[in-house]
Design a protein around this ligand. Structure first.
Ligand SMILES: Nc1nc2c(c(=O)[nH]1)N[C@H]1C(S)=C(S)[C@@H](COP(=O)(O)O)O[C@H]1N2
Ligand SMILES: [Mo]
Length: 312
């Protein structure tokens, strides 16, 4: 069985304890009895009983992982199509082999990095994260990957590097959405501050549910930033640059009135066209309240002075 890491233990810088692992298994008699007598954990994350799929793997709030079949057939990947239920039918293959990522800019070790070598170098971890799309739906995903932090430590950014810019592969002959929606500012790009990129929760994902990432999920390599709206999780990455100025992302160019750089999840700050107060899990129909930072409160220390209403 895969070992899923408790986010609270990640933030404490500890390895996975058996108790933390069992706590992810909400619903089993054993984990319920442990949860009942265990002291409150440092992060103070609330726990609640799983409402569906008792006995299955769950996030730290007790919400069961979304079925793999649903995670991989309901997607946003505009390079293929804007129809979420059709992406998987069009994204049939990984578009490069071997997959290489070019790293440039303000780093001591720029170059072309081969994904297979990176996967061998860094121990892959399994982590359950909630993913909240800016459109108001969410899924619970059992990612596999490695912290971006580990790669950055190897790349050694210079002291001038303040942001990281990421870019998706652009292959219009295999990605019909690029031509169908030629008004969009292709290629898809995203960015993080260097502090966000080096936060221990920020993951480079290479898999879901122990399997290699499928093309529709951003295979073979994508970004996962669980306290930000899903669009920050750029898929099928081919370039990463360390820069000194805030990069303008795909969505900032496409809709500057609606999408800012930070995109931290915040139920109190509405999107220009809809409320962000609630979300609907893909497995449910009744909306649930959206949590600030998607529940990952520990990242608040990254933003002592950030005005969410300006940076959405
Ligand atoms: N290159 C690229 N990355 C992307 C997108 C996209 O259209 N193109 N969509 C984003 C959005 S809006 C979301 S919600 C997530 C969806 O990830 P999923 O399909 O794995 O659920 O991917 C993000 N990454
Ligand atoms: Mo999204």
């Amino acid at each position: 069985m895969k070992k899923y890491i408790s986010m609270t233990s990640v933030l404490r810088g500890q390895s996975v304890s058996r108790r933390d692992f069992l706590k992810g298994m909400v619903g089993s008699a054993l984990s319920l009895s442990l949860a009942a007598c265990a002291p409150q954990r440092d992060g103070g994350l609330p726990t609640q009983a799983a409402t569906n799929n008792p006995g299955s793997l769950a996030d730290e709030f007790g919400t069961a992982v979304t079925p793999y079949e649903l995670i991989t057939t309901y997607n946003n990947f505009y390079e293929y199509t804007t129809e979420k239920r059709r992406v998987y039918q069009l994204a049939k293959e990984i578009l490069r082999s071997p997959w290489e990522i070019t790293v440039g800019g303000l780093v001591r070790n720029p170059g072309v990095y081969d994904l297979d070598s990176l996967k061998k170098k860094f121990a892959l971890e399994d982590r359950v994260y909630r993913m909240r799309c800016v459109e108001g739906w969410s899924k619970i995903v059992p990612w596999r990957g490695f912290p971006l932090l580990k790669w950055i430590e190897l790349l050694q950014p210079t002291s001038d590097a303040r942001f990281v810019r990421f870019e998706t592969i652009s292959a219009s002959e295999k990605m019909p959405g690029i031509k169908d929606a030629s008004y969009f500012p292709w290629p898809y790009t995203e960015g993080l501050t260097i502090e966000e990129a080096m936060h221990p929760l920020t993951l480079i994902s290479t898999g879901i549910d122990g399997k290699d990432l499928l093309p529709q999920s951003g295979g073979p390599i994508r970004l996962v930033v669980p306290w930000k709206y899903g669009f920050k999780g750029i898929k099928s990455i081919v370039r990463m640059d360390f820069v000194d100025k805030m990069p303008t992302s795909f969505w900032m160019k496409a809709g500057p009135e609606e999408y800012g750089f930070y995109a931290n999840i915040n139920p109190a700050v509405p999107h220009r066209r809809w409320s962000q107060a609630t979300e609907v899990l893909l497995t449910e129909s009744t909306p649930r309240p959206t949590k600030k930072w998607n529940g990952y409160d520990q990242v608040a220390s990254l933003y002592p002075n950030l005005d969410q209403a300006i940076w959405y």
